[in-house]
Design a binder for this molecule. Structure first.
Ligand SMILES: [Zn+2]
Length: 210
C-alpha cells in the first residue's frame, strides 16, 4: 500500500504495514519494495523509509539482523557499507554494497536501533575515506558492466558477480580498465561530499554498553 499524503490526510507509516510490507527488523516500521529480484540476489530488496535498513529476501527478526551486524565486527568497531550513502542513492541496483552475499544493508541509524535492543549505544562513527572511495568507484563502474563488483573482485578478491557469458566478461574487463580513471574522477567529489555530510560509503561505528 502506498503512503498517501495530502493537505487533509497524512497516513502514518504504520498504516502501510501488511504482507507486502513486513516490519523492519531494526525499527518496526513497514518495509517498502526497492529493487526487484534479479540474478545474483537472494530475493527482492525492501528498504525501511524510517531507519534506512535494506533487507534482501524475506525479512526475519532483529536477532538475525544483529547476527549480520556482529559478522561485520572488526575489533572494537563494526564496519558497514552505508545504505544511506550518496553512492547508494546514485547507484540504485548498481550500488556496490549489493553484493551476492548481502542480506542486511545497514545504515548508522539502523545500527543504532538494532543495538539498542541489547542495551548498547553507538558511541562514535568514522568515515573510512579510502574504502569509501573504492566503493563509490565500483558503483560507477557497475553502471556500465554486465557483471557486478567485478573490478574490486579482481583487485581485492571481494565478493563479486561476474557476467554469465565469456564475451561479456571480456568487455567488463576492458571497460573496467578504460573507465577506471574517468570513474575515479567522478567518484572523488561524490564520495568527498558524501563523507563530509555524513553520507559516506563505508563507515565504522563504535558500539558500547549504555
Ligand atoms: Zn527501520
Amino acid at each position: 500500500m502506498d503512503q498517501v499524503e495530502s493537505p487533509h490526510a497524512v497516513v502514518p507509516l504504520e498504516a502501510g504495514a501488511g504482507p507486502e510490507n513486513p516490519p523492519c527488523p531494526a525499527c518496526g516500521e513497514p518495509l517498502f519494495g526497492w529493487i526487484a529480484q534479479k540474478p545474483g540476489l537472494a530475493g527482492a530488496v525492501r528498504r525501511c523509509e524510517s531507519c534506512g535498513l535494506g533487507v534482501v529476501g524475506e525479512p526475519a527478526g532483529a536477532e538475525e539482523a544483529l547476527g549480520g551486524l556482529d559478522a561485520r565486527r572488526e575489533g572494537e568497531t563494526i564496519r558497514i557499507e552505508n545504505r544511506a550513502s550518496f553512492a547508494c542513492s546514485l547507484g540504485g541496483a548498481g550500488w556496490s554494497g549489493l553484493h551476492p552475499q548481502a542480506r542486511h544493508l545497514f545504515t548508522v541509524e539502523a545500527v543504532r536501533r538494532l543495538v539498542a535492543r541489547r542495551d548498547q549505544v553507538v558511541r562514535s562513527r568514522r568515515w573510512r575515506p579510502l574504502a569509501s572511495l573504492a566503493a563509490t568507484w565500483q558503483t560507477l563502474l557497475n553502471s556500465v558492466t554486465f557483471g557486478h563488483d567485478v573490478a574490486l573482485g579482481a583487485l581485492r578478491e571481494a565478493p563479486s558477480r561476474p557476467a554469465a557469458q565469456p564475451w561479456q566478461r571480456r568487455i567488463d574487463g576492458l571497460a573496467s580498465i578504460v573507465l577506471a580513471l574517468p570513474a575515479l574522477l567522478i567518484a572523488l567529489p561524490v564520495e568527498l561530499a558524501g563523507g563530509l555530510s555524513g553520507h559516506g560509503s563505508v563507515i565504522s561505528v563504535r558500539v558500547e554498553l549504555f
